[in-house]
Ligand binder design. Structure first.
Ligand code: DOR
Length: 434
């Protein structure tokens, strides 16, 4: 239940971890804000954080919420509830809804639906009308409503001339004094066409047509060149190959204004998972090789990747029960991303949280209210995580309306105990409050 106005809440006995460092401290919240951080603090209501870390809420740059159009797979409400249970206080909805988020009317609809959600919901706008890759969408009218992120995700913009124009257009757009970000799902549709998994050893063995790593890498290469040409800030979504992360790292070293994300599945699963022809492992970009996973993990550890994103992509059981080549790509992510990051990556907690919280908050431009630091005066968007708690992923227990997690039965360490959104505890003791 929302704390009545004026009620003070204390997160008691935890270890505060944010971009400023770590300290043992209680955190007091009132009227949506952090009002005290220190030892032996009290409030009218106490949420136990003993043995836990208290961190800024997580921020996801890549959530498919399916509304409008595919509410049987997810809604903004169910996706946001899954996000809150996963420790997120802000998520960015992808525009590949039906119809696509490609003009002001749909932006308004999604933002309106998001207002009641147990997590801040922002939306990305499409770069092209209908995500069809032919004509630029009215980025300016969407930016005027606060859209800061544009992508045709689900597909890349194949036409280099159009992408160049999109970069030039986006480069001049501002909202509330900030520029917008042009983001790209890198996949050359011609080279990838007909491929349902990574092209390599396993696609040959299984007889499933593959898409080569080069289908992603060619578009990364091209868009780095276009970013150099136009000077526009570009964000590379869900990079999955060793070649892609190396190119983006080199471009950053050379001073290009680019950022990138990788997904949890691209550092925890490989194409070998497709052996059983189970479409739960079908995703775009596809699961890659061991060497790619190693390269992604190294890039996460050395700081050349900015963020971990979920690419939360719910699909109905019916859709995912189709044959591998007929099933849609995508897997759930919001409820498992934090635990996978903590369990699978050998990173200090603060570095894991940087990738999941404060860096994506900066990329998205929401750092004034998300991503910490946890100090008086800041918005109380927080998550409390028990690093020791071990749990087994049970698809039937997930809050998402869909069940397509590839991690069913996997034991993970680290679980969200509470999540606080603008001062309201939306998750208490692992239970969603609304
Ligand atoms: O696996 C994917 N699923 N990749 C995408 O790019 C789109 C997403 C979806 O919308 O299901």
């Amino acid at each position: 239940m929302a704390a009545p106005e004026g009620t003070t809440i204390v997160l008691k006995g935890g270890r505060v971890v944010d971009a400023d460092g770590e300290r043992t401290a209680d955190v007091v919240i009132a009227d949506g804000l952090v009002v005290g951080v220190g030892p032996d603090l009290s409030g009218e209501r106490t949420l136990d954080a003993a043995g836990c870390i208290v961190a800024p809420g997580l921020v996801d740059l890549h959530s498919h919420l399916r509304q409008p159009g595919q509410e049987e797979a997810e809604t903004i409400e169910t996706g946001a509830r899954a996000a809150a249970l996963g420790g997120y206080t802000c998520i960015l909805a992808m525009p590949n809804t039906i119809p696509a988020v490609d003009h002001a009317g749909i932006v308004r609809e999604v933002l309106e639906l998001g207002r009641a959600a147990p997590c801040d919901v922002l939306t990305a706008g499409a770069i092209t009308v209908g995500r069809a890759g032919e004509q630029l969408a009215p980025l300016g009218e969407m930016a005027a409503l606060g859209v800061r992120f544009f992508t045709d995700d689900g597909a890349g913009v194949a036409d280099a001339r159009l992408m160049r124009r999109a970069m030039e257009y986006a480069g001049g757009l501002h909202h509330a004094g900030r520029g917008v970000v042009l983001a790209q799902h890198c996949e050359d549709p011609v080279l990838a066409s007909g491929g349902h998994m990574h092209e390599g050893e396993w696609s040959s063995k299984l007889g499933i047509p593959g898409q080569p790593a080069e289908a992603e890498e060619l578009m990364v290469m091209r868009d780095l060149a276009l970013a150099r040409l136009t000077g526009t800030r570009v964000h590379f979504q869900h990079l999955s190959t060793a070649g892609s992360v190396a190119m983006v790292a080199a471009a950053k070293d050379a001073g290009l204004p680019v950022t990138c994300e990788v997904t949890t599945h691209h550092f925890t699963l490989t194409h070998a998972s497709c052996t059983g022809y189970d479409p739960v492992f079908k995703v775009n970009p596809p699961l890659r090789t061991d060497a790619d996973v190693v390269a992604v993990r190294q890039a996460l550890a050395n700081g050349s990747i900015d963020c971990i994103a979920t690419d939360h992509a719910p699909h109905t059981q019916e859709a995912k029960e189709a044959a591998f080549d007929a099933a849609p790509p995508g897997m759930l992510g919001l409820e498992t991303a934090l635990a996978l990051t903590l369990t699978e990556l050998d990173l200090p907690v603060a570095e894991a949280l940087a990738l999941l919280s404060w860096r994506p908050a900066e990329v998205l431009g929401v750092e004034a209210s998300h991503g910490g630091p946890i100090v008086p005066g800041r918005a109380a968007n927080l998550t409390v995580v028990d690093l020791e708690e071990r749990w087994i992923v049970d698809p039937s227990a997930l809050a998402s309306r869909s069940r397509n997690t590839p991690y069913a039965g996997r034991e993970l360490a680290g679980r969200v105990r509470h999540t606080v959104l603008h001062g309201e505890p939306v998750v208490i003791d692992r239970e969603a409050q609304r």
